[in-house]
Design a protein around this ligand. Structure first.
Ligand SMILES: [Zn+2]
Length: 200
C-alpha cells in the first residue's frame, strides 16, 4: 500500500536529496547519480522521471516554418513550409536573376516552385507549449562525449543533476498530494500497522 509507505518514502527522499547535494558539491558524480536513481526508485512507476534523449528532445523541439510569399493555402492563410522540407542556398546572380531580383540566400517553395528570398521570408517558430515539468530529462552528460574539458563537464553534470532533481521533487510533490487527498486512509493504515505490531 503506497499510503502506508508514504512516511518511509518521505524520509528516504530527504536523505537521498541531501546526498545528491553533497555529491554535487564534492564532485562525486557516482554518488549524485546513485542518489538521484535512488529517489526515482522510491516512486511508483507512474511517478518516475524518464531519462531519454529521444523523448526529451521530442518534447522541447521547435517547429520552424517558412512562409511562402508566392502562394497561399485554399483558406487564404499563408502557406507555411516546414524547415525540414526546405533547402536554403545562395544564388549567385547571372544577368537574368539580377533582373528578377533573385539574389542572395534563397529557397524554393515546394508547393508553388517559386524562388523565395530568405531576407523577405517570414520565419514562424512554434515552440510546443510545455509545462515547466516534463517528466523526462535527457541522458546525463558523458565524459566520453567529444573533447569536453573538466570544467565544462562539471558544469553540465551539475546542471543536469539539478534538472533531474527538480523533476523528481515535482513528482514527489504530486505523489504526496495524491496520497494526502486520502489522508483518512493514511491514518487508518498506520493504526492497523501499529496494532498488528503490538499484538505479535
Ligand atoms: Zn509557395
Amino acid at each position: 500500500m503506497p499510503q502506508a509507505r508514504l512516511p518511509d518514502i518521505n524520509t528516504a527522499f530527504i536523505r537521498y536529496r541531501s546526498e545528491v547535494l553533497v555529491g554535487m558539491k564534492k564532485g562525486d558524480w557516482d554518488s549524485m547519480h546513485g542518489s538521484l536513481n535512488g529517489i526515482n526508485g522510491l516512486l511508483p512507476q507512474e511517478y518516475q522521471v524518464k531519462i531519454s534523449d529521444a523523448k526529451y528532445y521530442e518534447l522541447v523541439k521547435e517547429d520552424i516554418e517558412y512562409e511562402c510569399n508566392s502562394c497561399k493555402n485554399n483558406d487564404g492563410t499563408p502557406s507555411n513550409i516546414p524547415k525540414e522540407q526546405i533547402e536554403v542556398f545562395t544564388l549567385y546572380p547571372d544577368s537574368v536573376q539580377l533582373l528578377l531580383g533573385a539574389v542572395g540566400k534563397v529557397w524554393i517553395c515546394p508547393k508553388c516552385n517559386k524562388v523565395q528570398r530568405l531576407k523577405d521570408t517570414n520565419v514562424v517558430i512554434t515552440k510546443l507549449e510545455n509545462p515547466y515539468f516534463l517528466g523526462v530529462v535527457p541522458e546525463p552528460p558523458n565524459k566520453k562525449q567529444g573533447l569536453m574539458d573538466k570544467l565544462t563537464f562539471e558544469k553540465k553534470v551539475v546542471s543536469w543533476g539539478w534538472q533531474m532533481l527538480n523533476e523528481l521533487e515535482h513528482k514527489m510533490a504530486l505523489f504526496r498530494d495524491d496520497n494526502w487527498t486520502r489522508g483518512d486512509e493514511l491514518e487508518d493504515f498506520s493504526d492497523i500497522d501499529t496494532s498488528a505490531e503490538e499484538g505479535s
